[in-house]
Design a protein around this ligand. Structure first.
Ligand code: ATP
Ligand code: MG
Length: 741
């Protein structure tokens, strides 16, 4: 009876409760952000355990991150008492569960159970060897690119035998498939696997060994999956194999047969997936939103439950998010409402700033104002579109002494490309910095092996000189073979030239020159991996940020201090992370900076031209908006500096897609009033015109051209454009439709 319901069920609404209590058969919860999907999954596990329907070891539960898995475990313990949980060995991400399966059955994949998991660097090195062994030119056919292709195939669950002719031809004149095969064989001899194998090996093992699969059919009485909209094809196949018990004929052991619903398989399993098609943001990594949309075809007789009440956000935040996402076509479509109706709740705030430094300063001030009102830093987050945006905030917060943590990635100055670049600069500024020298002496690769580097070391130690000097000496001696000697000679000459230039060339210019002449920028330009464009952006941001310092030395000093700052693990701290890693999380107060065309939506999505890239960006915006419980601040800047030139930017089209009723254009304090000019009301709407208007200046070409050169930029700006821009923007805002705004 309802009244005797255990405590853990009491707070749920009827639909949530239905989703928790419908334990038998397939269930899909398709619902918008903040409606309690994750809460339903957690409570469902608690319910299954509390009613004795299964032991913890008989539940397979998939979360999107390891952090989410840990949190879920804790929550279940809270709901039904820790003693009743006793670990959930099969609660984790697809990858962590995949490792576990593969360790148990490694021999069926030709591996030993102590196999190693290779990281991306290892994989690329291995592929490069194979490419060279084939007698192919690894410049023409870069290993990174092929690693990416393999990853793509594995996301689709395709082994070498499965890949299409055209796909195989796309690399090394049709040798793609052979190389892929050779790669898999090589992994076997190394007793190793890559990330994709963690899913693909189990799939193949299950297909080829029906008895093994059967064992898991018996074991997993209940399967649960969070964030189902972001599963890729391989994950989908893996789930289907575990979830669908064949009746009659066994599932075909043929590789590559996806085995989508067919007469020979019938769902008899208790699988519950929860997701939101509007939050599918990993299409670029092979996720297939279709998986969620055809759930009831895959699992006939599925109960589909919609949750429509949002418990997370204020009516204004929800109204803004719903209105924005309605601009996407091809949605499942759902209603969302909230009972929250607090007249105190503020609207979504949109702020303008001059540039990213101003933006960081203003957000810092806002955070401090919240702090004075007794808000915890833990309840605040800054969600950025691209990681290079983090730098301005990190710098600012360190200046303010404001605790922050970067989630889901290293802090800006700890990133690989930033550390590399800084190493070059350090050697230029301080020739005796051996640690820095060692880091980059062979970056990009110049064929300097370990033996040569040891020789440099030995010489340096024997003569008590820095490694750079030792390298220069060796380059002139005949102790080395011609190739490394030539390489060292170039390195030494480069640094000598740069050190001289330090006295005469502006430091930002020199920094750019160093990265170019050393081949470092080109290294990333030629790199086809998904991270490469982001790394190039970070490098540009690094150069840009140097401008605020007088010299290379003062900049290096600043960074050394920044690097020393604690990561603030247990402390009260503001979170900084990308929108992608914010999925599933919630915060009292959220800041969304950088809403400009070209940054968000990202230029890469605009360049694609099609609808799908832009729609994925919009879903990302929806994810961002819906992370906020109470306070939401969106920012855009009127100028970003790109390649040392001021470029005026256009506010993101997503701003225009926010409804008037829920949005307020904030007059952000004293010093920024003037900047509102930067988007003068209706003007920017017309400047946008077609797709990908990118960085067009709505006011005509030269509006900001001189500003960069003008040291009193804000003065110049407000003198020239002060009135009536801001007022016009506001007037427009109140009377116009959202289209015109
Ligand atoms: P997302 O799509 O962002 O992952 P979600 O649908 O998983 O969101 P949850 O994170 O489970 O939503 O829930 C959002 C918030 O609402 C949480 O703080 C949760 O505790 C709260 N919540 C969910 N259901 C209820 C309820 N019945 N009563 C009170 N609070 C609830
Ligand atoms: Mg969730």
């Amino acid at each position: 009876g309802h009244n005797n319901a255990p405590d853990y069920l009491k707070g749920l609404n009827p639909e949530q409760r239905l989703a928790v209590e419908t334990t038998e058969g397939p269930v899909l919860v398709l619902a918008g952000a903040g409606t309690g999907k994750t809460r339903v999954l957690t409570t469902r596990i608690a319910h299954i355990l509390a009613t004795g329907k299964a032991f913890p070891s008989q539940i397979l539960a998939v979360t999107f991150t390891n952090k989410a898995a840990r949190e879920m475990k804790i929550r279940i313990g809270v709901l039904i008492g820790e003693g009743n949980v006793e670990g959930m060995p099969w609660l984790g991400t697809f990858h962590s569960i995949g490792v576990k399966l593969l360790r148990r059955h490694a021999e069926l994949a030709g591996l030993r159970s102590d196999f190693t998991i290779l990281d991306t660097d290892d994989v690329v090195r291995l592929i490069k060897q194979l490419i060279q062994a084939e007698g192919l030119d690894d410049k023409r056919w870069p290993a990174k690119q092929f690693a990416q292709m393999i990853d793509g195939w594995k996301n689709k669950g395709q082994g070498p035998a499965d890949i299409a002719e055209g796909d195989a031809r796309a690399f090394a004149n049709g040798k793609g498939r052979e190389l892929y095969k050779a790669y898999q064989e090589r992994l076997k001899t190394l007793n190793a696997c890559d990330f994709g194998d963690l899913l693909c090996h189990p799939i193949r093992i299950f297909r080829a060994n029906p008895d093994v699969l059967k064992e898991y059919h018996k074991r997993f009485k209940y399967i649960l999956v969070d964030e189902y909209q972001d599963t890729n094809t391989a994950q989908y196949m893996w789930l289907r194999l575990l979830a669908q018990r064949p009746q009659g004929k066994p599932i075909s052991p043929l590789e590559g047969e996806i085995g989508r619903s067919s007469a020979e398989t019938r769902a008899t399993v208790n699988i519950c997936c929860v997701g939101d098609d509007d939050q599918s943001i990993y299409g670029w990594r092979g996720a297939e939103v279709d998986n969620i949309l055809r759930f009831d075809k895959d699992f006939p007789g599925a109960t589909i439950i919609r949750l429509e009440r949002n418990y997370r956000s204020t009516a204004h935040i929800l109204g803004a998010a719903s209105h924005l996402i309605a601009h996407n076509e091809g949605r499942f479509g759902k209603t969302l409402f909230t009972d929250r109706n607090d007249p105190e709740d503020g609207k979504v705030n949109v702020h303008a700033a001059w540039d990213s430094e101003e933006e960081a300063r203003a957000i810092g001030e806002t955070i401090e104002a919240y702090q004075r009102q007794k808000h915890n830093l833990n309840d605040m987050a800054i969600l950025v579109r691209a990681s290079f945006q983090m730098r301005a905030f990190e710098d600012r917060f360190i200046t303010l002494g404001l605790n922050y943590r970067v989630i889901g990635g290293p802090r800006f100055y700890e990133r690989l490309e930033i550390r590399d670049a800084m190493a070059f600069f350090r050697v230029v500024a301080q020739g005796a910095d051996d640690l820095a020298f060692e880091r980059i002496v062979n970056v990009p690769k110049r064929g300097l092996g370990e033996a040569t580097i040891r020789q440099i070391h030995d010489t340096a130690r024997a003569l008590r000189i820095p490694m750079l000097e030792a390298a220069a000496k060796l380059a002139e001696s005949d102790e080395l073979k011609p190739k490394p000697r030539a390489a060292l000679r170039e390195v030494a000459a480069n640094f000598e030239r740069w050190q001289k230039a330090l006295e005469t060339t502006p430091h930002t210019e020199l920094a750019e020159t160093i990265l170019e002449e050393s081949g470092y920028t080109d290294m990333w330009k030629n790199d086809r991996s998904v991270e490469a464009p982001g790394r190039l952006e970070n490098l540009k941001e690094l150069i840009r940020s140097m401008e605020e310092y007088e010299s290379l030395r003062s900049f290096l000093e600043h960074v050394a201090l920044v690097m020393d700052a604690e990561q603030n693990a247990g402390l009260d701290a503001v979170s900084i992370m990308t929108l992608h890693s914010a999925k599933g999380l919630e915060f009292e107060t959220v800041f969304l900076p950088g809403w400009e065309e070209g940054l968000f939506p990202h230029q890469r999505a605009l360049d694609e031209g099609g609808r799908s890239g832009l729609e994925e960006e919009r879903r990302l915006a929806y994810v961002g908006l819906t992370r906020a419980k109470k306070n939401l601040h969106i920012w855009f800047v009127s100028n970003r500096q790109i390649h040392g030139l001021w470029q005026s930017t256009i506010p993101s089209r997503f701003l225009e897609e926010l409804p008037n009723a829920h949005v307020e254009v904030a007059e952000s304090g004293n010093s920024y009033g003037g900047y509102g000019n930067s988007y003068g009301g209706g003007s920017f709407a017309s400047g946008r015109g077609g797709q990908g208007a990118g960085r067009q200046n709505p006011y005509g070409a030269s509006r900001f051209d001189n500003v960069g050169a003008d040291s009193e930029k804000s003065g110049a700006f407000s003198n020239t454009y002060a009135t009536p821009g801001w007022q016009r923007a506001q007037a427009n805002r109140t009377e116009a439709t959202d289209r015109n705004w």
